[in-house]
Design a protein around this ligand. Structure first.
Ligand code: HPA
Ligand code: ZN
Length: 330
């Protein structure tokens, strides 16, 4: 078998994937019809043609249109199950999925509707495919902290009800001009409730935002963090304290964080011994699920078997799987 086959067949984790970003054009049109929602595109192909992004915001704008078809618990089940099918065929054995409740509650969808649907799919995946998973509730940075705090308070009973699945919070959406420090109280509250904490930082934003996520939000992992290479001291700190980065190579190219894969900072991060992982972010929008991301960086940087095994192993080590279970998976 070829090296590519070996990579594809290896059991892997995925630690950075958004459920809303797993909504394929086909499923979007199917749900639009089922729910009588009018989309501003005539077909899945026409929609796909609109997926030429200039930056993070241009993606967030289109993604916002897409989520309007998610209304019932069954819709959230369907999009989660669609992702699971892809994940299983990419040999992912454990995923930590983000969802953005505010994208839905602000359209009048109940929190329980969202989580019930997602949870049904995840339980079925566990039974059918032995697929392990955790859920992380993400908050939108372009809205203010009070909105996040209100959402968090309303979600508290769900963190209790689903405590083995819904294990933490994250921070996403527009990064520029929305520094992590604005969400200090939210993250302090989450930590008081013994939740795991992560944040998107250093995707489009400066290394300062990565430092704020670590110092002020006290996150355990950085989502993206690819601009950390611009700050030598921060790089040393990431290595010394072993802070995992969840890197999404195809996402970074599609959203023009780097002009092309050869210019991606992943190689420099790897050579500096930063604990990085490879993930798909919003696979239905960025042209590839997890294996496609692995293969793209393998080819761009001529990565060898040691590099790949190290990255795959990092994924298991950086995951929030229970310690007893982690030993069984590795
Ligand atoms: N960055 C910020 N917001 C997002 C992302 C991302 O990579 N994916 C989905 N929402
Ligand atoms: Zn993301």
């Amino acid at each position: 078998t070829t090296f590519h086959d070996k990579i594809c067949r290896s059991p892997k984790t995925e630690l950075h994937v958004h459920i809303e970003g797993a909504l394929t054009p086909e499923l979007m049109f199917h749900l639009a019809k089922r729910n009588n929602v009018k989309l501003p595109y005539n077909s899945a192909d026409e929609l796909r043609a609109a997926y030429s992004f200039t930056n993070l915001q241009s993606f967030l704008d289109i993604c916002g249109v897409g989520v309007s078809v998610l209304i019932t618990s069954r819709d959230f089940y369907d999009v989660t199950m669609d992702y699971i099918q892809h994940a299983v065929s990419d040999n992912i054995v454990h995923s930590e999925l983000f969802f953005d409740p505010q994208l839905h509650t602000h359209r009048g969808i109940e929190l329980t509707t969202i989580i019930d649907g997602i949870e049904r799919a995840l339980i079925e995946a566990e039974q059918k495919y032995n697929f392990s998973s955790k859920l992380i509730m993400c908050f939108l940075r372009h809205l203010d902290e009070q909105d996040a705090l209100d959402t968090f308070s309303r979600a508290l009973p769900l963190f209790e009800q689903y405590k083995h699945r819904l294990i933490g919070i994250g921070l996403d959406s527009t990064e520029q001009n929305h520094p992590p420090e604005e969400f200090q109280r939210l993250f302090a509250r989450a930590r008081e409730h013994h939740l795991r904490v992560v944040a998107h930082a250093g995707e489009e934003g400066p290394p300062l935002y990565v430092k704020q996520a670590l110092d002020i939000l006290k996150v355990e992992r950085i989502d993206h963090g690819v601009r950390s290479v611009e700050d030598e001291l921060l790089m040393k700190r990431l290595v010394d304290v072993k802070i995992p980065l969840t890197i999404c190579p195809l996402s970074n190219i599609k959203l023009k964080v780097f002009d092309d894969m050869k210019k991606h900072s992943l190689k420099q991060l790897l050579d500096s011994s930063v604990m990085l992982t490879i993930n798909s972010d919003d696979p239905a929008y960025f042209g590839g699920y997890l294996n496609a991301n692995y293969l793209a960086v393998t080819d761009a940087f001529h990565l060898n078997q040691n590099d790949i095994y190290k990255i795959i192993r990092n994924g298991f080590e950086a995951s929030f799987i229970e310690e007893e279970k982690r030993q069984l998976l590795i």
